[in-house]
Design a protein around this ligand. Structure first.
Ligand SMILES: N[C@@H](CCC(=O)N[C@@H](CS)C(=O)NCC(=O)O)C(=O)O
Length: 203
């Protein structure tokens, strides 16, 4: 049994969109939980088994999977027929894992530190900065490929483009990167998840 703990308009919205992309919504129980939000609203929810009280969280037959990128990889492996992530043995698997890990370990920290106004030589040495993040995306898309892995949309696109949905002011200037972000944002599953969350927040 799969249970997904979700809070609208948070990092877990990406997993909601991914479940839709995977055609797996009918295989998962979605439990909506509250979280304490940066704006002071919300509160921790005793119904949320995440060890840090966060979302997203996936529980599969009693096993807890946390961290967005781990959940994305877990789900694309669990539902391989959807083709949202290269399988073990496929040549693009390495690039896929690299993008997911780079997102969680580099790209998100870079934008979080920037938003916090934090600069430090150790942070710069560890993560580099926004110019390097943008350069990595430009380099990946320079050959005109529509998606990070080539001609096939994957969960790497879904996750890596996601900060630009929350912070459009951070969208890089490179036209190829901008077009890629627009393509990612236009995915029906992404639009659907945003609509679901808007309705949940309004209710
Ligand atoms: N690195 C984690 C971050 C998860 C995270 O920080 N989620 C926020 C929502 S966007 C949260 O649950 N915050 C509640 C809290 O800080 O208690 C992931 O990507 O899964």
């Amino acid at each position: 049994m799969l249970t997904f703990y979700h809070s609208p308009q948070t990092r877990s919205t990406r997993i909601l969109a991914l479940l839709r992309e995977l055609g797996a919504l009918d295989r998962v129980e979605i439990r909506r939980v509250s979280i304490p939000r940066i704006d002071g609203t919300g509160q921790s929810d005793p119904a949320n088994p995440h060890p840090e009280g966060k979302v997203p969280l996936l529980v599969h037959d009693g096993v807890t999977i946390r961290e967005t990128t781990a959940i994305a990889l877990y789900l694309t492996d669990l539902f391989p027929a959807a083709g949202l992530g290269p399988k073990v043995g496929e040549s693009r698997r390495g690039a896929y894992l690299s993008w997911l890990a780079w997102y969680g370990a580099v790209m998100e920290p870079v934008y979080v530190l920037h938003a916090a106004g934090f600069e430090h030589p150790i942070a710069q040495a560890t993560f580099r900065g926004i110019p390097e993040v943008e350069a990595a995306l430009s380099e990946a898309l320079a050959d005109g490929r529509p998606w990070l892995l080539g001609d096939r949309y994957s969960a790497a696109d879904l996750i890596v483009h996601s900060p630009y949905g929350y912070f459009p002011e951070a969208i890089p200037a490179d036209p190829k990167v901008r077009d890629w972000i627009a393509r990612c944002m236009a995915r029906p599953a992404t639009l659907w998840a945003a609509e679901q969350d808007s309705a949940a927040m309004a209710a």
